[in-house]
Design a protein around this ligand. Sequence first.
Ligand code: NAD
Length: 721
Amino acid sequence: MTQTIKFEVDSDGIALLTIDLPGRSMNVINGDVSRELTELIEKVASDPAIKGAVITSGKPAFLAGADLDMLGSQAGSTPSVADMFKTAHGMNAQMRRMETCGKPFAAAINGLAMGGGLEITLACHYRVCADDPKIQLALPEVKVGLLPGGGGTQRLPRLMGVQASLMLLLKGDSITPQQAKAGNVVHELAPLGEIVARAKAWIKEKGDPVQPWDKKGFKVPGGEGAFSPAISQTFTGGNAMAQKETLGNYPAVLAILSCVYEGHQVPMDAALRIESRYFTKLMMDPSSKAMIRSLFINKQAADKLAHRPQGVPKFEVKTLGVLGAGMMGAGIAYVSAQAGMTVILLDTSIEAAEKGKAYSEGLVKKGVERGKVSAEKGEALLSRIKPTTSYDDLKGCDLVIEAVFESRDIKDDVTRKTEAAVPNLPVFASNTSTLPISGLAKSFSRQNDFIGLHFFSPVDRMPLVEIIMGKETSQETLARAMDYVAQIRKTPIVVNDSRGFYTSRCFGTYVAEGLAMLADGIVPALIENGGKQAGMPVGPLDVGDAVSIELGYKVREQTKKDLGDAYKPAPGDHIVDRLMELGRLGKKAGKGYYEYPEGGKKFLWPGLTENWPSAADQPDVAEVKKRFLYRQAVEAARCLEENVLTNPADGDIGAIFGWGFAPFTGGPFSLIDAVGLDAFVRECDRLAQQYGPRFTPPKLLRDMAASGESFYGKKAKAAAE
Ligand code: NAD
């Protein structure tokens, strides 16, 4: 058994509990911490020589919340409701015992406090926080489909007021110590070196062991109860807003609203039971389990480079070359300079290269204005980006990424020129979105050092990088590419070469299905709203316009040329052809599936229904949603079957973070698991019969259905090994 909390009592009889998990860089709540905390609370409560206690951390951060493994094992199991409630209520009972044991507890918050970490401090009678604006305090559970189950939904409203607390609970955003002080979440700010002394001083001088909400006459700041005008408005508006934003897909949002609404009107013991019940309900919900798995556990494993080939020494990019200073090159230059690299940004003219750097200047300016980066740091970042037109300047680069026009000839040319200028370049990468990597690699004499690094737009905001292995790419090159992705703090997924790779290929099916529906006579507004209600960030026609109809057309024509007779026409091809004839090329051209009136709001082009009349019978929105989600999921499964993807976890992460696949499902593979392989295959067969063979389930799914497997059961374990 490991000791996770150091316990000392000073000459004034004040105990100091220092949470310090051995062998870990960050404190988290796991079984050991939980058990020791319970024992120590009892010790403080029962020992007459102890006046009170201060809780702090022995690490730079205070406490990051629940342990991944603990949450993961709960997410992967199916306990009974009663057992889940017992577990869920355990932390609440422990915190409640601390705040009612008769001895004062104070928290000395030295660094980041998230989730359960912040909740422990909220159950203390007094909170002193280090006065450092970089410290983040948050209850981010909603982001993984959960609610703060350690009293957060009850204590935060009682400290800040219902409305202010809902802003934090429903968005999961973090606040600084200054904001926490202004919002009544902490009592005192102090220099880091003094927080423990101040917390002890409070115990010595005041040491009130009763929480405000346990005192007679306590009122929630800003109003309480269903009939308080401010509160009733908050909940009426909050409900409407929650519905608008989640379209009913995220149970955690409604559960948090319910917890606060019901809980703030009753005494704390009852309130905590309410919270534990909603927490239990969420933990039993397949959507929360899937979200925890993909957004939390598997994403963090990917961030820690779980699939990095072993035995390759760590690679550090100090100098990066970027070819092409357009939209993507400029973004890649920014994130890399932000991570401390020197960036040689090359284009055909110095004006174009400087325009690429100007993109970073704009972002830095905004960051400085918003106080997110200091002027000096911003200047330093910009000084690391060096615009050029000369390949000689690439000498000394550890990695060169090309992001020039999507043309084989141009890519071929810049690759050759780079190799001629830097013959010993360790890694060359292409940011192509459609051209097979193995083909492009032929322009580089060491094909094993050539790899695909597919970024998403806008690069500074999109968290994913799809790494594409060419036929000859070595494991060493893969490891080095992964190290670079980790350096720029993005999440990598690794896929094998294929047309459109994984993300573009599956994302394309979303837009294509929207067009197929249009061809079927489905009303355009139903198509767009159905897409959003399915959980996609925007409708398929909207995103088709944003990406550009012209680009989609060009990619299709190239595919046709490459595949010849093997090209399978899509049901909406004739729609794209017609829009191209009409010059409706997409948003950039000012017209596409939508009209974009100057200074006005965009609206669906009325010509859509004139050209492709709506059918008299319209489908139920549930059928529209299903077509969108199942079509993408079938394609993802094909990618796994064809070894484009090597494991479902990368598939789920790539789908959510790459093209915005409905996050509440946990990704396409989690969706198939939640539906059940057998039911999914049967439903796909029905869809294939009704709408076309694109829905036909691949053999992999039929085999798994027949043998009762699931992606995150036996099969997933085998893939991960
Ligand atoms: P862009 O047109 O904005 O930029 C391309 C840049 O390359 C231009 O500045 C151009 O002057 C420069 N260039 C052209 N020929 C050159 C040459 N011979 N030498 C040096 N520079 C040259 O294009 P983009 O949207 O940034 O796309 C670049 C690449 O990234 C393409 O391969 C594209 O498929 C891929 N990509 C684009 C996106 C996206 O959303 N736009 C996403 C992922 C990948």
